[in-house]
Design a protein around this ligand. Structure first.
Ligand SMILES: Nc1ncnc2c1ncn2[C@@H]1O[C@H](COP(=O)(O)OP(=O)(O)OP(=O)(O)O)[C@@H](O)[C@H]1O
Ligand SMILES: N[C@@H](CCO)C(=O)O
Length: 312
C-alpha cells in the first residue's frame, strides 16, 4: 500500500492574492493535511475516513478525491490495475487551509506513484489545478503548488514550471487559528470587486515584485513591512467573526503580521520568537476559536507532498 500526505497551506500569503502560497508544518509534528492510501484491489473502490469525513458523507461522486481517481483512470492511466483508494480527511472543509487542494494533490501524487505514470511537474500541477478550480469559484494555484512542492511558492500559469520557490527566514513562526466554522471559498471570492483600478493594479504589482525580490535577497525585515492585503482582506474580514478584533489585539502580543489564510476563516500571524507565537496562540484559543476550532504554531513545510512510511 502507498500512503501520501499533502500538507495544509496559506493561500495568498497576504501580499500575493492567487499568486503566493506557503505549506505548513506544525511544530509539534502533527500531520496538518490529508492522507491518501492506495492499494491494489480486484476493482476500483473508494472510501473516505478521518475526522472530517462526516462532512463529505454524500455519494463518492461528490468527493474530489474520487473524481480525481475517475479522471486518472479514464484520461491518464487507463491500464492502471484496479485500486482501493482511501481519503483520510484530516482538514476541515472551507477552512482557508487549502483543504480541497490537499485531497486533490494527495490523490494525484499517490496515483502517479502507484501507476508509475511519471507525469511532469507541469502536467501534474495542471491536473491538480483543474480539480481545485472546479469547487473554489476560480482557477488558482496558490494552495496547489505549495501543498505539492512545499515551502513558499510564487505560482501562476505564467510562472515557468508554474512555481518558483521563495526563501523565508528561519526565525519566522506562523500561528494559524481555524475558528471552527466554514467559509466557502466560492462565496469568499464572490464578495471581491470584479475589477481593480489601474492605480490599484500597479500598486499590487509593485508590492508583490518588491516583496519577492526582498525575500530573495534576504532583506526579510523590509519584506515584512510590505505585507498588506488591499485586494481581499477589506472585503472578506466582515465574513469572519473575530478577525477585526484579532487584527488589533495580536500585534500588541508581538505579531508582526495578522492576515487571512487563503479565503478564510483561518487567520495566520507571523512572529519572530516562539514566546510571541505562544502568546498569540493563547489569545486566539481564548478569543477566536470555538469548540470546533484549533490552532497550531508552525514553521513552513519544505517537503510538500510525500510518501509516508508504512503504518503511519
Ligand atoms: N475531498 C474534499 N475535500 C474538500 N472539499 C471537498 C472534497 N470533495 C468535495 N469537496 C467539496 O468542495 C468544496 C470545497 O470548498 P472550499 O473550496 O470552500 O474548501 P477549502 O478547500 O477548504 O477552501 P480553502 O481552499 O480556502 O482552504 C465543498 O463544497 C466540499 O463539499
Ligand atoms: N487565492 C484563493 C485561495 C483560496 O484558499 C482565494 O483567496 O480565494
Amino acid at each position: 500500500m502507498l500512503s501520501f500526505y499533502a500538507p495544509a497551506s496559506i493561500g495568498n500569503f497576504c501580499v500575493g492574492f492567487d499568486s503566493l502560497g506557503a505549506a505548513l508544518a506544525p511544530l509539534d509534528g502533527s500531520l496538518l493535511g490529508d492522507v491518501v492510501h492506495v492499494a491494489a484491489a480486484s476493482q476500483d473502490q473508494f472510501r473516505c475516513t478521518g475526522p472530517y469525513a462526516a462532512f463529505l458523507s454524500g455519494p463518492a461522486e461528490d468527493n474530489l478525491a474520487y473524481q480525481c481517481l475517475q479522471h486518472f483512470r479514464e484520461h491518464v492511466a487507463p491500464t492502471m490495475p484496479a485500486v482501493a483508494l482511501t481519503l483520510e480527511k484530516r482538514l476541515p472543509i472551507g477552512s482557508g487551509l487549502g483543504s480541497s487542494a490537499c485531497s486533490v494533490v494527495a490523490t494525484f501524487a499517490a496515483l502517479n506513484a502507484f501507476a508509475n505514470t511519471n507525469l511532469s511537474q507541469i502536467d501534474l500541477i495542471e491536473l491538480m489545478a483543474d480539480f481545485e478550480g472546479k469547487v473554489s469559484g476560480g482557477r488558482h494555484y496558490d494552495n496547489i503548488t505549495p501543498c505539492f512542492l512545499g515551502g513558499l511558492q510564487l505560482t501562476a500559469e505564467l510562472v515557468p514550471n508554474r512555481a518558483i520557490a521563495v526563501p523565508v527566514p528561519q526565525e519566522w513562526y506562523y500561528v494559524i487559528a481555524y475558528p471552527g466554522f466554514a467559509l466557502n471559498t466560492a462565496k469568499a471570492r464572490a464578495v471581491l470587486p470584479k475589477q481593480q483600478t489601474t492605480h490599484d493594479a500597479v500598486e499590487f504589482a509593485q508590492r508583490l515584485s518588491a516583496y519577492v525580490l526582498l525575500m530573495q535577497t534576504g532583506r526579510f525585515a523590509e519584506a515584512l513591512t510590505l505585507m498588506q492585503d488591499p485586494i481581499a482582506e477589506p472585503h472578506r474580514s466582515a465574513l469572519i467573526a473575530g478577525f477585526a478584533e484579532a487584527k488589533i489585539a495580536l500585534p500588541e502580543l508581538g505579531a508582526d503580521l495578522v492576515s487571512i489564510s487563503g479565503a478564510g476563516p483561518t487567520l495566520f500571524t507571523i512572529c519572530q520568537t516562539l514566546a510571541q507565537a505562544e502568546q498569540c496562540q493563547q489569545w486566539l484559543n481564548q478569543n477566536y476559536i470555538n469548540e470546533h476550532g484549533f490552532s497550531h504554531i508552525c514553521k513552513l513545510d519544505n517537503l510538500g507532498t510525500r510518501a509516508l512510511p508504512e503504518g503511519v
